[in-house]
Ligand binder design. Sequence first.
Ligand SMILES: CC(=O)N[C@@H]1[C@@H](OP(=O)(O)OP(=O)(O)OC[C@H]2O[C@@H](n3ccc(=O)[nH]c3=O)[C@H](O)[C@@H]2O)O[C@H](CO)[C@@H](O)[C@@H]1O
Length: 353
Amino acid sequence: MAPLVSALRALDGVETRVLVTGQHRALLDSALAALGIVPDIDLRVSSGEGALDRMLAALLTAIGATLDRERPARVLVHGDTLTALAATLAAHLRRVPVAHVEAGLRSGDLFAPWPEEGSRRITGILADLHFAPTVAAADALRRENVPADAIHVTGNTVADALRMIQARIVARPDLAAAADRILARFVDRRIVTATMHRRENWPRLPAIARALARLARRDDLAIIIPLHPNPRVTDPLTAALGTLPNVALVPALDYPDFVRLMAASTLILTDSGGVQEEAPALGVPVLVLRDVTERGEGVAAGSVRLVGTDPEAIVAAATAVLDAPASTTPRQLYGDGYAADRIAAILVARLNA
Ligand SMILES: CC(=O)N[C@@H]1[C@@H](OP(=O)(O)OP(=O)(O)OC[C@H]2O[C@@H](n3ccc(=O)[nH]c3=O)[C@H](O)[C@@H]2O)O[C@H](CO)[C@@H](O)[C@@H]1O
């Protein structure tokens, strides 16, 4: 979303106010800082460990009160978090139109990813403007009877953010100094990066960790795991992998550092969504620790492979890639890196209509 904020703020005649809730505080602050975005409103809703319904209720009422004060002409939401869902509902309950960025992503399974698939389908019902990253996402919206003239295939802003941060790293290599320090510990090894945080995978983390421990027996590898700040994720991974010399469990990295780490990797194992888009753009093979994905384009292109969470399957698939390296041709599967400008132009045209 940060690239889109910059594009909107560059426009005359439109005032763009950025609301953040702090639902994913740790990653949010670094991503916004890396792309030079200062939020206007920070609701500081504690992500805590509360039940999802309590989180959604807190987000809904806090965002609703903000909309009553701010009285926007339109609300723009990105993706599938509870924050995006709450903002969509709060706007709808006030008849404020909603535009959805990263619209149309569907896995076909309401419980994978959970609760994101449900959140983004509900958002798709209530939004009147849909910015789809790809034709496949636009087709998914059409199957849900979203009017064709409400759908715009723009690419995803993830590609914009990646393009922008790569340019910044070239200009200022020190922006990725933390990644360089981690990589310097393993100069004689190939890098496998792993990230996982999906809620539906929490019970599977011990099994995933067993697979990573098996891979860590190889003396030609180093496995680097930036840890999502949730203790439900860090605890099982630390218990299983914390003492292995060629496994580096590190705090979640600032975006420039994580981009440098991805680019230096021979293979990435992840249950992430954005990484399924970024790694192909960097030419790095990805094994997805999920059974289904809303990003089928990467699978169809051969850049991404679904391996699930069974340790044997993960080890076999990773070994196959490591022993017969796949293509490393960068693939721009989710946009050319200029989605934000397209979306901003469409939004302004709609506001002025
Ligand atoms: C179901 C699903 O797939 N939904 C996705 C989910 O986001 P996600 O699964 O992509 O979340 P993460 O994996 O945390 O990555 C987020 C970004 O963080 C960067 N990163 C990662 C580790 C690190 O140490 N340092 C970093 O900087 C990384 O490069 C990436 O750009 O929700 C978003 C909002 O609703 C959706 O838009 C998106 O579809």
